[in-house]
Design a protein around this ligand. Structure first.
Ligand code: R2B
Ligand code: URA
Length: 306
């Protein structure tokens, strides 16, 4: 890549792939309770965002913004972080310096709604060079519980890496392509003295937590332990090392939006051994910090705050 191309890449704006947007007098980002009636305000508030970190639960993402504030030496007065989406209880949006911390709820439909609105927000705020992360939880397959898995490949329940949607009655498939450089850089953020391992692997992304993840403890189940273990072996044969519910949509949407993205999830249990999550709350809180630590180290490296 020559230096001119480098300069172009270094100023990549967030684009919205929708020609109709231009004709809206006010765009209502309904599920995050923001709108474009004062577009300058959006730029002032969010124009410096470089990293958007998504995670399932609002309280975890509030905790994450506190953590980033501490790591970057911001908010020294200890003010409560402001939830910019406080006008709704659908999602939360917090900010710490160049980092936006956003909840996405459970599953790809919920993720996709907030993803659309955050991409538009980044566009209206004239953000440039933005990287998206999903920082989440998952069930491991033969991986020590508490490990962090960086998704090298995301597949659905049929081992396909295409995120499928129905648009105007037609099936649309968008590939989930991982940014290998970003994964390599994140892997390099793991340290020898970490008390957990960081591994790269294939993630299976499902439509449901129970039957689709081969659990025997949901309200419905038409298979037995033997069937489940045979399926777990099939997952191992496909090099799948964790299961969760958003990676495929997240990575496909990042690629479709032209935004660099990666998924880092801690494993809460080993699905070869159990279905229910038994880790106690204090340990769960520590484990949930692990992918946050990796992303925070990456962010600090990128902004030269180390
Ligand atoms: C991981 O955990 C959630 C289900 O408990 C889901 O959002 C996911 O991907
Ligand atoms: N999240 C999931 O989707 N599955 C698990 O087993 C644990 C967390």
């Amino acid at each position: 890549m020559n230096s001119e191309q480098n300069v172009v890449c270094a100023k990549t704006p967030v684009r919205v792939r929708n020609p109709h947007i231009k004709s809206l007098s006010v765009d209502h980002l309904y599920h995050i309770a923001l709108d474009t009636s004062d577009i300058n305000k959006l730029e002032t508030l969010f124009g410096d965002v470089k990293f958007v970190c998504f995670g399932g639960s609002p309280s975890r993402m509030e905790g994450f913004v506190d953590y980033i504030n501490r790591e970057l030496g911001l908010n020294e007065n200890g003010h409560c972080p402001q939830n910019y989406a406080a006008g709704t209880d659908r999602y939360c949006v917090y900010k710490a310096g160049p980092v936006l911390s956003v909840s996405h709820g459970i599953g790809m439909p919920s993720l996709s709604v907030v993803f659309n609105e955050i991409v538009k927000l980044m566009h209206y705020a004239k953000c440039r060079d933005v990287t998206f992360f999903r920082i989440g939880t998952s069930g491991g397959i033969g991986v020590e519980p508490g490990s962090v898995v960086l998704t090298e490949k995301a597949v659905d329940g049929e081992f396909s890496h295409f995120y499928k949607m129905f648009i105007l009655g037609k099936r649309v498939e968008r590939p989930a392509i991982v940014d290998e450089d970003l994964i390599r850089d994140l892997e390099a953020c793991g340290r020898d003295d970490d008390d957990f391992q960081t591994v790269k692997g294939t993630t299976m992304c499902t439509e449901d937590f129970y039957e689709c993840q081969a659990r025997l403890d949901g309200a419905f189940c038409d298979f037995n332990e033997e069937d489940k273990m045979a399926f777990m072996q099939t997952l191992k044969d496909h090099n799948i090392c964790n299961i969760e519910m958003e990676s495929l949509g997240f990575l496909a949407l990042c690629r479709h939006a032209g935004i660099k993205g990666a998924v880092a999830c801690v494993t809460l249990l080993d699905r070869l051994k159990q279905d229910y999550i038994t880790v106690d709350i204090p340990k769960l809180k520590l484990w949930q910090l692990r992918p946050q630590m990796l992303i925070s180290r990456y962010i600090k490296k990128k902004i030269g705050a180390e």
